[in-house]
Design a protein around this ligand. Structure first.
Ligand code: AMP
Length: 161
């Protein structure tokens, strides 16, 4: 059982709140126990700005699944909630990213953990630092609050719920 698995949820298409809720429900059914949930934040779309704003949230779970199996389950949940993988950075009903898997460092063809963009994005760091300010990034050796304070991203992130 791995504790301290952090997952970022995002949605900018359809009923965004209900997409997040459905994903959390599917994760608790098929992946593991949800120990913590951040507030939900709204952010203008990153990378591609001509699309609707995202809702984002971070959860901490524990699971028996190995990292690759966890990724497969999350992709299955994304598909079940309706996301068609078409345009890169296009609108999406639900996006699920593994941020941290405990202290593991993984770099395979399909999976990179810690997620390589954590430190660059306020929409990730704000919900992450809310629930895990002291969790130390196993490669950067800084905690999430430090990463947030040092982040130069300027996209506005506002509390939604
Ligand atoms: P995206 O279009 O950004 O949702 O990218 C999804 C793909 O990124 C997945 O099919 C994974 O193979 C790959 N990927 C690599 N690292 C991660 C990670 N830490 N969490 C989720 N997906 C990842």
């Amino acid at each position: 059982m791995t504790e301290s698995i952090y997952i970022l949820l995002g949605s900018n298409k359809g009923d965004r709140l209900s997409n997040l809720e459905r994903a959390i429900q599917q994760i608790s059914l098929h992946v593991g126990i949800i120990n913590q949930k951040s507030s939900i934040y709204e952010t203008a779309a990153w990378g591609k700005t001509d699309q609707s704003a995202f809702l984002n949230s971070v959860i901490r779970i524990k699971s028996k699944l190995l990292p690759e199996a966890l990724l497969d389950k999350l992709l299955e949940i994304e598909r079940s909630i309706g996301r068609l993988r078409t345009e890169r950075w296009g609108p999406r009903e639900i996006d699920l990213d593994i941020l941290f898997f405990g202290d593991l460092v993984i770099k395979s063809e399909h999976l990179q953990v810690p997620h390589p963009a954590i430190q660059n994005r306020r929409f990730t760091l704000i919900p992450l630092a809310e629930i895990a300010p002291n969790f130390v990034h196993p490669m950067l050796q800084k905690n999430c609050l430090q990463l947030l304070n040092e982040c130069t991203d300027t996209l506005e992130v506002t509390k939604f719920l």
